[in-house]
Design a protein around this ligand. Structure first.
Ligand code: NAP
Ligand code: F7E
Length: 338
């Protein structure tokens, strides 16, 4: 089996690649050209599969339709996982046009899939952000979408197009409506990783404090490793549908902070402050998912609990901070945090 993954350099790109390679897939992935190396998450896979045909990377951008069309006809994948996006909600308010263009990129891939002679299965990375989170209700595949950010609107466009191509042309296109999922490889500007990074550095005495935004926002946080298995299961189901992946538990940002600091035997209120600059123009207050459908039909069950996830991230970031401290002491790194 051959899979093409856009956004392979991201958090989910790493976990999905690893999962598919272990299932003996040939994995092809798109990376963006940047002035510095941007493959740190997948460097271990590049090294492991060097010189084999199992893991291949190509330069491409979601908003360059010809690069995607050419790649799809060159690779002839069995499955495409479209994970690429400008995925940061706060950034989407600063870069709304670019964020929306990455949403339109979905359409470039769907067109290529439609025009391909091969029956290619397509996975779209949809998001719980599309619901808007104004009410304290459990959200499933039938709940109403009410996007609150350019990111969410862009994702809803991709979601709707995926459904339209499925229904109009009989393509195997699925939407995975995934609630927040995190890991030690989460981008460092997302709140969970910002917290675990700070806890690791504060406990190593190389950071003094942590400034956050809205502590009362509530999210349904799971582990990314569990969620990529769900993506694959959706693609193996006997028909293309839309699926919610979530844990069914919600916690506030403050809950995450408390558990993370106590994992390092630190009193959070001694270090954490808030600043309005980290608030969003329009907040998604409360997200709680209901994955009954995925649990029943796909037999998908998240394995890592909220507390285990927080501890996993703090443990990993404490090790990273220990290395940073050593480099600072040897004067090989000249950096301070807050
Ligand atoms: P991530 O770590 O931010 O990774 C995003 C990936 O997209 C990176 O590889 C990035 O490349 C690539 N990318 C960004 N703009 C691109 C463009 N114009 N053309 C090609 N590639 C581009 O995100 P993630 O957490 O792995 O999430 C994967 C997908 O699931 C995203 O679409 C995200 O919106 C969606 N999602 C995530 C969550 C979550 O909680 N993690 C929940 C629901 C949905 P660079 O490395 O070069 O930046
Ligand atoms: O914010 C609050 C913030 O940026 C979570 C993306 O993967 O999941 C992610 O989007 C909450 C928000 O993730 C800070 O206001 C407080 O309420 O970690 P986040 P997100 O916006 O939920 C969804 C499902 C996706 O699809 C997205 O791609 O935390 N918050 N203080 C903060 N957030 C950040 N980033 N930084 C703070 O200092």
């Amino acid at each position: 089996m051959k899979a093409l993954i856009t956004g392979i350099t991201g958090q989910d790109g790493y976990y999905l690649s690893k999962f598919l390679l272990e299932k003996d897939y040939e994995v092809h992935g798109t990376i963006r050209r940047s002035s510095t190396f941007n493959t740190s998450r997948i460097d271990s896979l590049i090294a492991e599969y060097e010189g084999t045909e199992k893991f291949k990377l190509y330069y491409s951008d979601l908003i360059d339709s010809s690069s995607l069309t050419n790649l799809i006809s060159l690779i002839q994948p069995d499955e495409i996982y479209n994970l690429a996006a400008q995925s940061h909600v706060a950034v989407s308010f600063k870069n709304p046009v670019y964020t929306s263009q990455t949403g339109i990129g979905t359409l470039n891939i769907l067109e290529a899939v439609k025009n391909s002679k091969k029956n290619i299965k397509y996975y779209q990375a949809s998001s719980s952000e599309m619901y808007g989170g104004a009410n304290e209700e459990k959200l499933n595949e039938d709940s109403i979408f009410d996007p609150k950010s350019p990111y969410a609107a862009s994702k809803l466009f991709g979601h709707n197009m995926t459904k339209i191509y499925r229904e109009s042309y009989g393509l195997f296109c699925v939407n995975g409506i995934l609630f927040n999922h995190e890991s030690p490889l989460r981008g460092e500007t997302f709140v969970t990783r910002k917290i675990s990074r700070a806890v690791g550095r504060i406990s190593n005495e190389i950071q003094k404090s942590l400034t956050l935004g809205n502590l009362s926002a509530s999210r349904d946080w799971g582990f990314a490793g569990d969620y990529v298995e769900g993506m694959w299961l959706m693609m193996q189901y006997n028909q293309p549908e839309d699926w919610v992946l979530s844990t069914g538990e919600t916690h506030t940002v403050e809950d995450f902070v408390k558990i993370a600091f106590s994992a390092a035997n630190l009193k959070w209120s001694d270090f954490v402050q808030t600043d309005k600059k980290f608030y969003r123009p329009n907040e998604v207050n409360y997200l709680l998912g209901d994955s009954t459908k995925a649990k029943t039909k796909l037999n998908w069950n998240p394995k890592v609990s909220f507390k285990e996830l927080v501890h996993m991230m703090v443990e990993s970031d404490t090790k990273l901070a220990e290395q940073e401290k050593l480099l600072i002491e040897k004067k090989l790194l000249n950096k301070t945090w807050e």
